[in-house]
Ligand binder design. Structure first.
Ligand code: SAM
Length: 275
């Protein structure tokens, strides 16, 4: 399982070395509490404001990024989204690169490109790809101005659409739908709570009309000790990793039934429509 895999564990160790070199753990946990409440209370202010201190950046990199890596890995495997491997992966709003890296690794190590408007995030994504042994590049950029997406690529938007204005999200969604219609694999991941994503049901309809599917996920998990520590500091107890996803396979994908045990099954069956 990925959570016990050598690359994941050594990435976690390298993250701690990197982000705890100049900060005490107590500073990071304090920043993590501030960051967590910023996500809950002020989603519309975006991450740019939320990453305005070294402590918050370290908290994001050490806590949220590994959780996003793990949940993306589980979703990609459950959807069999890495099989056959896409030619490459584009991670829009890549943050520190975790979600795109997880998909790239699950697909056998395909090249990955990250785009993020925050210069710190783009630099961290480059570091993440190197640490995980991936052929990866990342650049600073605004996903509101995405170029047309190549039909053979896979695109992931993890925990980012909820940070965009309605107008920008509409434009990004249009690009993603257009690419899905031309055969690109598209994966959108957002928190399982509907409050931050009031637009979800409408987007779900649009993706399903192109042969996509919507899922809600609850994966039982036993986190590594370092993440459990931060979990408690954030006032959380992750006995499971949760998320919702929209997936358009480009061409109809086989569902990995063995891996999808954690999916809310009734919903999967009801919502799966072959193209
Ligand atoms: C909550 S983080 C998620 C990061 C990453 N996808 C993950 O799963 O860990 C959202 C990211 O989206 C980026 N972002 C927000 N609006 C953006 C935009 N218009 N263009 C590019 N990146 C954006 C933020 O800078 C931040 O790094």
């Amino acid at each position: 399982m990925t959570i016990d895999s050598a690359p994941f564990r050594s990435w976690l160790t390298a993250l701690e070395r990197r982000h705890l070199a100049d900060l005490r753990l107590s500073e990071v946990t304090r920043a993590l509490r501030a960051l967590s409440s910023a996500y809950v209370e002020r989603r519309d202010t975006g991450l740019r404001g939320a990453l305005d201190s070294a402590g918050k950046r370290a908290a994001f990199a050490l806590y949220y990024a590994p959780l996003h890596f793990l949940v993306t890995d589980l979703i990609v495997r459950a959807l069999a989204a890495g099989v056959p491997a896409p030619a490459s992966i584009l991670d829009i709003g890549c943050g520190t690169g975790a979600a795109g890296a997880a998909w790239a690794l699950a697909a056998g190590g395909v090249p990955v490109t990250g785009i993020d408007r925050h210069p710190w995030a783009a630099a961290e994504a480059r570091w993440t790809y190197r640490e995980l042994g991936l052929d990866g590049r990342a650049r600073q950029g605004d996903i509101a101005r995405l170029p047309p997406l190549p039909a053979r690529s896979a695109v992931i938007a993890a925990f980012v659409l909820n940070e965009l204005s309605a107008e920008t999200r509409g434009r990004v969604e249009e690009r993603l739908l257009e690419a899905a219609g031309r055969g690109a694999r598209i994966l959108i991941i957002e928190p399982i709570a509907l409050r931050p994503v009031p637009w979800w049901r409408a987007a779900d309809e649009r993706f399903r009309s192109l042969g996509g599917r919507a899922d809600e996920w609850r994966f039982p998990v036993s986190l590594p000790a370092s993440l459990q520590l931060l979990d408690r500091a954030a006032g959380l107890r992750h006995a499971e990793l949760t998320a919702r996803s929209l997936y358009s396979p480009g061409v109809p994908a086989r569902i990995n039934r063995a891996a999808s045990g954690a999916c809310v099954r009734r919903r999967c069956r009801r919502r799966w429509r072959p193209a």
